[in-house]
Design a protein around this ligand. Sequence first.
Ligand code: BES
Ligand code: MN
Ligand code: MN
Length: 454
Amino acid sequence: MKEVINFIESNNERYIGELKEFLRIPSISTLKDHKKDMMKGAKFVADKLKNAGMKNVKIIKTKGHPLVYADWLQAKGKPTVLIYGHYDVQPVDPIELWDTPPFEPTIRNGKIYARGATDDKGQMYMHIKSVEAFMKTVGKLPLNVKFIIEGEEEIGSDNLEEFVGKNKKLLKCDSVLISDTALYGPGIPTITYGLRGLSYMEVEVTGPNRDLHSGTFGGAVANPINVLAEMIAKLMDKNGKIKIPGFYDDVMKLTKLERDNFKRLKFSERKFAKELGVRELKGEKGFTTLERIWARPTLDCNGIIGGFTDKGAKTVLPSKALAKISMRLVPNQDPKKIAKLFTKYINEIAPRSVRVKVSDLHGAYPIVTPLNDKAAKAGAAAMSKAFGKKTVFMREGGSIPIVTTFAQKLKASPVLMGLGLNTEDLHSPNEHFDLNHFRLGIISSAYFFDEFAK
Ligand code: BES
Ligand code: MN
Ligand code: MN
């Protein structure tokens, strides 16, 4: 392992240069204008996999954005790890809040700033470099490796979902290694063993058949924005409990053991609040902040559109209002069932004075992975070696839709070896990735290959 690690340490500058090149590609999956950039992103990944020594590298077209597959299967009798990541990124708005342009990667204080730096280009790239390090030194990998890299994670992974279902043999593996989550804190090696699920809904409220003068008509008809606001207010009570009937039916209770484990992680509510610029934290009564983020379901309005929103004033009674609402789910909630319950409840509370349309935009299943599993243990051991510290275990509030599919369809246990930080502004302006964690991630990946091969 020594020569592999030395190779990684001495090639760090080159890795950063390559990552910059990757980050210059504006592969925003949700925006139609970026269709060509998505192919560019896929090509970049495929080229680098080839150069690293992977075989059978393929760009696979889908109904949406392309997938990239590669394998190296010459380690007879050794286990197979499937590495998953995504080359698509989130939109950049509000662009005016970026200190440097989102697709012109810039290094400040040992951190690289660009859209996709931590989510997920920087993290995914670590594994390509650890493969390369083995190939360029010992000339082979200690175990069999497959890569499946997608361009639609940020929009729900529908096409990869279908692909996994139809290609179970191709993707067959003993574990799935994913770096698309966060460390518990800077320099703390962390394995994430749980992800929340998601149900993402849209509610459209229509009142009168056109925008009206709010003087001549105000008082005569229901205002869709007012109605929507009232309906949103009815989704949650004062204690932060979600009022949709049946919503909590399948929620797995937190065990005493898990609550104790959460408590053992040092967490300062005060520091957390201060960093976010709020006077106090808020959430479901009866649970700590970590419990609320990691192990309890939530409901949040993500966006609201309606009426006149430009500068200045315009007196108008709008015809339409729209809200985007997400619910984060925990085992064993089912996003499809939750979407139905939500739709039913919204229709029940909608007044006759408006028409309401509810749409299910996308969802993800929640997951908790077993900790006594070989792959999880190899992941923890690998990170401990790389960081020179004991690995901690945590759950995560965010979602990665495909992870549950991997677990169910491939019957392989996922190892979430994330190297990001939740303070690295993923999905926000000034997204960045700590370059020391980037380096440690490549080393962790190399140690994982070594540990899991045993
Ligand atoms: N990498 C994130 C998930 C994540 C976020 C892990 C924060 C750890 C910390 C992933 O790219 C993501 O953003 N997922 C979406 C899923 C959705 C678009 C279906 C999410 O959680 O909102
Ligand atoms: Mn991600
Ligand atoms: Mn993301």
